[in-house]
Design a protein around this ligand. Structure first.
Ligand code: BT5
Length: 328
């Protein structure tokens, strides 16, 4: 099962609250009893252990991963579309925009043609969290960067709740302290300086008119149950940091719930980002489309641009690659 039918979703919602009597749910939804039975069977096929008791159907076990597993217990209004393998979840999400969907989250266990920013490569072995959310916020395109910041905050909080002391490098990298980085091959020796290994990255894509976003896709690459040997130098994973695997469905739930909370209170996004920022107060070197900016990162603006104090005064940087430097 890749996505849930309305009956399956109603059944899952009911099961979340307690035992569900088939005939009562059928009446409530005005569907046949057979339709309920089929929905139970479909959920069983998706890996749910559903027992039929004298009080009604009861869930005994939830599958490890998949659309239903992620939606079960999710307290945010997103629909999950799950694939074992995809080229790129951002590409799949883009295809879905033509059908007008909204608040749909495409999740893949593995990606074969994933993209970083500026078409850079992104390693996506099985076991990671590779997802893309299709959003249609009623905001001007100039506010789109706020969604990237909110995503980085949501990923960081989910990592912290899993027990990893993650932080954010402007604008969208989530880093985590790693042990023994000096032994991890070329590039890794600078990790400690940078604030840790790269645990996750965000790729935001958008289409819009002058005053209004048409669609926005936030893509998250979050190294969860992945060996660092399968990632480029300088990367880390939850598995590496924790020494054990996480329940990805729960991590995604927390990520989406935090993200949704932030969306509903936009004024809280930048303060939350500042709380997690590893970049502020540091010497940085930012490669921007207009050239290199070097100095101390002093703040972010209301829309997430980085303010750098250089020898020639303060410069506001809207986009670029940021490197944390050693203190001068
Ligand atoms: C990013 O790009 O950090 C955004 C990555 C977004 C990936 C997600 S996965 C789900 C969705 N579907 C997609 O097709 N994409 C999104 P950027 O800042 O350009 O960083 C790219 C650089 O990070 C690469 O050049 C590598 O050095 C490094 N890198 C590649 N794979 C990595 C990984 N899995 N973990 C950490 N670093 C990685």
């Amino acid at each position: 099962m890749r996505r849930l039918s309305d009956t399956q979703r109603a059944l899952l919602d009911g099961l979340e609250a307690g035992p569900v009597r088939g005939p009562e749910l059928a009446d409530e939804l005005t569907v046949s009893r057979t339709a309920i039975w089929k929905a139970v069977e479909a959920l069983r096929e998706a890996g749910f252990d559903i027992e039929s008791t004298h009080e009604g159907y009861v869930i005994r076990a939830v599958p490890e991963y998949g659309a239903a597993a992620i939606e079960y217990g999710l307290e945010a209004p997103y629909t999950i579309k799950y694939h074992d393998v995809l080229g790129s979840s951002n590409d799949r999400a883009r295809e879905l925009t033509t059908g007008g969907v909204e608040d749909v989250v495409v999740v893949a266990d593995e990606q074969t043609a994933p993209r970083g920013r500026l078409s850079r490569e992104w390693s996506s072995p099985p076991g990671g969290i590779w997802l893309s959310a299709v959003l249609r916020p009623e905001v001007a395109p100039s506010k789109a960067p706020l969604f990237t910041l909110a995503t980085a905050v949501a990923v960081t909080r989910a990592a912290r709740e899993a027990g990893v002391r993650a932080g954010i490098k402007w604008p969208n990298d989530v880093l985590a302290p790693t042990a023994g980085v000096e032994n991890r091959g070329p590039g890794s020796e600078r990790e400690a300086d940078r604030g840790g290994g790269k645990l996750a990255g965000v790729l935001t894509e958008m289409e819009g008119e002058a005053d209004r976003v048409s669609w926005l896709i936030v893509g998250v690459g979050f190294n969860a149950n992945v060996d660092v040997a399968d990632l480029p130098p300088g990367a880390t994973s939850l598995r590496e940091c924790l020494g054990e695997d996480v329940e990805r469905r729960l991590v995604i739930q927390r990520l989406l719930e935090t993200f949704h909370e932030l969306r509903r209170t936009p004024a809280s996004i930048v303060p939350a980002w500042r709380d997690y920022a590893l970049t502020l107060g540091r010497r940085v070197r930012v490669e921007t489309p207009g050239g290199v900016v070097e100095g101390e990162a002093v703040d972010v603006t209301a829309f997430g641009a980085l303010i750098v104090r250089t020898d020639d005064g303060e410069v506001t940087v809207h986009a670029g690659d940021c490197e944390h430097l050693r203190p001068a």
